[in-house]
Write a protein of this length. Structure first.
Length: 404
């Protein structure tokens, strides 16, 4: 009888935790819900339900407030940056209205989104999935790509949609294929995209080195891009090197357990898994360069059409990747705020004006189209269950495998 009452009490606490997660849209870890789970299933006695419920509500309240304050701080920073750029005359929202009325800009924005970010972006991720023997149809990968774009728009930063995309991909896979490789493909997709940015910027600097060397403010960027490109080439050589089993020094180094090493180790293992298929990595980097090149052409088109300036393509190939990197910082959807500031500064460094306005049109145009991902999300939500239910199921499976 005591065990029965205890089980009922635990069920009530789990219900409270679920309600908090559903209402406030935050994920409460078991450590955060320590007060909610203060009744232990194996104990013979526990605290009174009212006391345990109160401590559980307090723990959930702290998590909700922490999430709220973090989001409020991020939004305040973004608002302050946009207000400063607007009051200083560097950001003029009238250019945004002009671009909406221009059918050529609308067509170009739709083309770069559909062909580049959606079409080629899906192809890149699909190839990485095939490289790790995860058999997903191209159409299914396209649906998940659109869902990821939708959550990139509705969640801070540019990485929120990747987590959602990975959860749905894991739900699609059979038990034999496992969850780790599915998650790694999303990390690899980001890593390959970052590598392409450095390759593109480094190639542009080599092609037009005199232009950049004549401008002292560009020297730190040249050093940064050169170091990143060298690291990528060195990393590719390490990944392809045929280390004997158990003799990989980099694997031993990444296994030390230092902060952040676990994620890097997983990416390294996934890259090593592609050692027998090096053409896939080369092809995905090439696809990423093609995506970014089309984006550069679009930015070049906007600059010429709205400001009358005619910069060189190689110059844009250098500043655009650096500005794109800033949008991954988790402040606001699409990198708003930081992206405006970065593009304005980069344009100024190469003698151009209107960087914040160009980014404003590009970012908001892409974010609006990303909302179309809500359509496949509704289909998946109705056919496969809610995202919250899948996350809970995956958490339970992970705990069960850890216990065994």
């Amino acid at each position: 009888m005591l065990r029965s009452r205890q089980a009922t009490r635990m069920s009530s606490y789990r219900w409270v935790a679920w309600k908090f997660k559903r209402f406030f849209k935050v994920r409460l870890d078991y450590t955060d819900m320590n007060g909610i789970f203060c009744a232990n299933e194996t104990s013979t006695a526990g605290p009174e339900p009212a006391s345990c419920l109160a401590s559980g509500l307090h723990a959930a309240y702290k998590v909700v407030m922490r999430t709220f304050l973090q989001t409020l701080l991020k939004m305040s920073i973004v608002a302050a940056l946009l207000m400063w750029l607007s009051h200083s005359g560097k950001l003029d929202f009238r250019h945004l209205l002009d671009s909406i009325k221009d059918p050529a800009i609308f067509a170009a924005n739709l083309a770069i989104w559909a062909f580049g970010y959606v079409g080629l972006g899906t192809l890149r991720w699909w190839l990485l999935l095939r490289g790790l023997d995860l058999h997903v149809s191209f159409l299914r990968a396209l649906h998940l790509q659109l869902i990821g774009f939708f959550f990139n728009t509705t969640m801070p930063g540019a990485v929120g949609g990747d987590i959602v995309k990975a959860v749905y991909l894991i739900r699609d896979q059979s038990q034999s294929q496992g969850k780790t490789r599915a998650m790694l493909t999303v990390l690899l997709d980001r890593a390959v995209g970052l590598a392409a940015l450095f390759v593109m910027a480094g190639s542009a600097i080599i092609y037009n080195s005199s232009f950049f060397l004549e401008r002292p403010p560009m020297i730190p960027l040249i050093v940064f891009i050169g170091a990143g490109l060298a690291a990528i080439l060195g990393g590719f050589a390490v990944v392809m090197f045929p280390f004997k089993p158990g003799k990989d020094p980099f694997k031993r180094f990444l296994s030390l357990g230092w902060p952040g090493f676990s994620t890097v180790e997983k990416i390294y293992d996934a890259l090593r898994a592609h050692r027998e298929k090096p053409l896939i990595l080369v092809a995905t980097v090439g696809i990423s360069v093609l995506i970014q090149s089309s984006a550069v052409l679009y930015a070049l088109f906007l600059t010429q059409r709205l400001t009358g300036q005619r910069p060189e393509f190689s110059v844009f190939c250098t500043i655009f990747p650096i500005g794109t990197m800033t949008t991954a910082l988790p402040l606001a959807p699409g990198g708003l705020g930081l992206g405006h500031l970065a593009f304005e500064k980069l344009f100024t460094m190469v003698g151009l004006t209107g960087g914040a306005n160009i980014f404003n049109i590009m970012a908001l145009g892409q974010l609006c189209l990303n909302l179309l991902g809500f359509i496949p999300y509704l289909f998946y939500r109705s056919s496969m269950g809610s995202l919250k239910a899948m996350q809970d199921k995956l958490s339970g499976e992970s705990e069960a495998s850890t216990a065994t």
